[in-house]
Write a protein that binds this ligand. Sequence first.
Ligand SMILES: [Zn+2]
Length: 493
Amino acid sequence: MVEPADRLSLYRRFRPQRFGDVIGQDLVVATLRRAVAGGKLGHAYLFAGQRGVGKTSVARILARAANCLAPEEGEPCNRCESCRRILAGQSLDVVEIDGASNRGVDQIRQLREEVAYLPAGSQRKVYIIDEVHMLTGEAFNALLKTLEEPPPHVLFIFATTEPHKVPATVLSRCQAFEFGPIGEEAIARVLQTVAQAEGIALAPGAAALIARRSRGALRDALVVLDQLGHAGEVTEEAVVDLLGIPPLSLVDGFLDALVGRNADGALTAVGELSARGRDLALFLEEAAGRARDRIIAGEAPLIPIAQRLIEVRGELGRAFSRRLHVELAIVALCGPPQRRAVPPSPVPHVGEALPLRNPPRAAPSAAPQQVQLGAPAKEKQSPPGTAWEAMLAAILEERVSVAAFLHPAEATWADGLLTIRLPEDCGYHYESLREPAVHGYVEGMAQKFFSPLLAVQLVWAGGTPKPTLEEGARILAEALEGTILREGTDGNR
Ligand SMILES: [Zn+2]
């Protein structure tokens, strides 16, 4: 247990000194208290659990409780001579060993010789071995001999983050306790208590964020508070800056947008994050975690969204553009972003037909996009507006790439013929849509939205296309980065 001595950290200052002060390990603590109070302590305990959840703190409390001259219902009094000596680190009978740096057989042999002697002034000799799984096989064998016939005055407390690496022969001679991760709310409460005691103004949103990012490790949460608390005030923004995490308000706004099928809102959130250089993987983790909380609170519509967010997070490792991957997923979840009025006959520019980056700021609707199916069937010769939008939305649900190729297109419908016109710079789109399988698919979809439909005609305003895979990737990327394309091509097209 070597901790930096230059400054007493918050974590050390607020380390629990009694079982009753331990956070989030109620079952473990209650069982140990009963054992102490009933005089039924065993000879070897194994505390298993992730780092920062209180294993060492509980081991030290147990060491005092086992030796306390005036225990109170299993609690150490922390006032008697024995308690005070152990608290001051002056007891010869409580030994802490770091298994990571004392892992050899020699150390354990020495330990075996020591345990034979009676305690110097206590009832029990207590050996706390941290990271016990790091011991060598030889050292474990030596330890096992002691564990098989432990002297009555010895108490072993082993702590480990990896219990599966502890030999079964050793495990079987220990009473094992599982230390679970500490709940976010409990951590946030501790943070507020500590902040209050330290005179730090801790914003509730900041406490919640720290608690979430500490992933069940109270120690990690207190370390963050320690780092940020010197200014006397901890804001959500400060936590965001330190940990590089998105603020809760942004995450909630993103989820609200997805639930409301408001692609604009969700894409804007992703755009903001990217502009600030934030990690999208981390953002998706935050969003999925937050969605989980809201689902538990009763927001059932978030269930499929949370599932998809987790999938997309997993896919990011293989994505050629993380941002594009996330954006396509959003569009697939929500349907296409709100477009401006259906473009008139002049060929629409990619950047205008897909106003993803600078969407018209229509009020985000909470309800799913309303689409009028089949309406144009009665309005021949007019722009197919609503039916075209509905068809694109349906295609997005099924085949994002096809929808992306169709986005820059302008469509007219007359006399049973749906004409899809692609602008000059969309040769790759045109070639891709002309693939028989794709063309057949589009025709099949069109039949659902345009009636009567005789055929789908593809028209391209350009010359000979030179489709390549790279070109396809570029188009997909640029389709979602409309502004860049516009900047780069305004001059010469
Ligand atoms: Zn005591």
